[in-house]
Write a protein that binds this ligand. Structure first.
Ligand SMILES: [Zn+2]
Length: 424
């Protein structure tokens, strides 16, 4: 009788640990995700535009969440890493007001901050998980809204990614099974992404962990609209040899996976790829509310968002069983929506405020790479066109056609170099 009772107790206990806590965990995750998206996308934060009180409030909220989870501060001022920026170039608004004189143009400096939290497992290497928290405020030059002035709440873009990141932090911290502790984790909420990856660019140049010890950077930008086809786009899959195998193997909820090998794309992972870090970027796809006030919390697929969280968690469990990843360069495609007939195939350094256009990354097999240009080179002339900043660089590019050969002058380590470049 006793024995039977004991067995019964064991069976009940076993059943309750396998089924019930799992269900409890899932609904717990859903509740956290819903709360965080609702708060970050609320009108109180006024669309979280960099340099506004709304963005500061959002940064404060994320810091408080990191604190409550038990992460350690890993910014330069507690959890915060402040940076300032002078907008320049194509598509940027040159604001003149209480201005700062920079070179010939009067432009207003914009101040932003990243929020950085650390889970220190005493490991040699670190996995970075990031998502930008800034959005378009009341609508800026990147808004696609033509109606009355309104708050762009940015629930999918990118309260979804930030909430998923916070939930991952909570899950790693709560992991008692040691299945994720062979790496440390650095969680970064970036600002200034919408203006041109400012926050991630700044962090990658001023990292608070040694980038040589970073295993990989996983980015989420718009992961809240998983559709009926279950399509999940993942970029950067070519930046380390095992990525595609592991992503396929750990796809337990039948995502329709769309792989893009390139490490360069329109979000913060590019800043890390340019520094030689393997990257993965998660995205549930484009929609008609993109960059409009209608991108709001009620349109988010929270079950889908939780599936992305679980998938990324599974990838970290996978990486826990392997040594530090190898980095591979990828062949990066020509930008599709470029208004220019030609490009150099470089990523400009938008943080650079000196004379010329400093290169932040060079795409393989594109004109700049073929001409021998490298990261850090400052382009000062294309043909007869002097290049002083981003606008003059864009203007100069507009003067060439595919197939043209011209001369490029650039500064490398203080010395001027002139060579041919072919636009093809
Ligand atoms: Zn975004």
């Amino acid at each position: 009788m006793k024995k039977f009772l004991f067995q019964l107790v064991v069976v009940v206990a076993f059943a309750s640990c396998t089924v019930l806590p799992h269900e409890k965990k899932s609904s717990e995750s859903l509740a956290h995700l819903k709360t965080d998206v609702a708060i970050l996308a609320s009108d109180a934060f006024e669309g979280r535009a960099i340099g506004t009180p709304g963005a500061d409030k959002a940064a404060g909220y994320i810091r408080d969440r990191f604190l409550r989870i038990g992460l350690r501060p890993k910014g330069t001022l507690g959890f915060f890493q402040a940076f300032s920026f002078i907008p320049q170039g194509h598509g940027q608004v040159h604001q003149v007001g209480d201005s700062l004189k920079m070179g010939k143009s009067l432009v207003k400096e914009i101040n932003g901050k990243n929020v950085v939290g650390y889970l220190d497992n005493g490991a040699a290497n670190t996995i970075i998980i990031g998502a930008h928290y800034d959005h378009l405020g009341w609508g800026d030059e990147n808004s696609l809204w033509t109606g009355e002035r309104a708050i762009h709440n940015g629930a999918d873009d990118n309260a979804s990614g930030v909430s998923a990141m916070i939930e991952l932090a909570r899950k790693f911290k709560a992991d008692k099974s040691a299945s994720t502790n062979k790496y440390n984790y650095l969680f970064i909420a970036f600002s200034g992404e919408e203006k041109g990856l400012w926050g991630s660019n700044y962090f990658s140049k001023n990292p608070t962990v040694d980038l040589a010890t970073v295993n990989c950077m996983m980015n989420m930008d718009m992961v809240g609209r998983l559709n009926a086809e279950h399509a999940l786009s993942i970029s950067g899959t070519g930046t380390s040899p095992e990525f595609e195998n592991w992503l396929t193997k750990n796809n337990k909820t039948n995502f329709k996976l769309l792989f893009d090998k390139s490490g360069i794309g329109p979000s913060d992972h590019s800043s890390f790829y340019n520094m030689g870090v393997p990257v993965l970027h998660f995205f549930t796809g484009q929609h008609s509310d993109y960059h409009k006030p209608s991108d709001d919390f009620d349109k988010i697929n929270y079950e889908g968002l939780n599936e992305v969280v679980n998938y990324m968690y599974a990838m970290c469990v996978e990486m826990n069983g392997h040594s530090k990843l190898e980095f591979t360069k990828t062949i990066d495609p020509k930008p599709m929506n470029s208004s220019f007939k030609v490009t150099l195939g470089v990523m400009p350094d938008y943080m650079f405020s000196g004379e010329g256009m400093r290169i932040d990354g060079v795409k393989e097999n594109r004109p700049a790479a073929m001409a021998g240009l490298k990261q850090g080179d400052i382009v000062v002339r294309l043909g007869t066109n002097k290049i002083t900043d981003m606008s003059s660089y864009m203007e100069a590019l507009g003067k060439f056609n595919e197939g043209d050969t011209t001369e490029v002058e650039y500064i490398r380590e203080g010395k001027s170099i002139v060579g041919p470049v072919i636009f093809k």
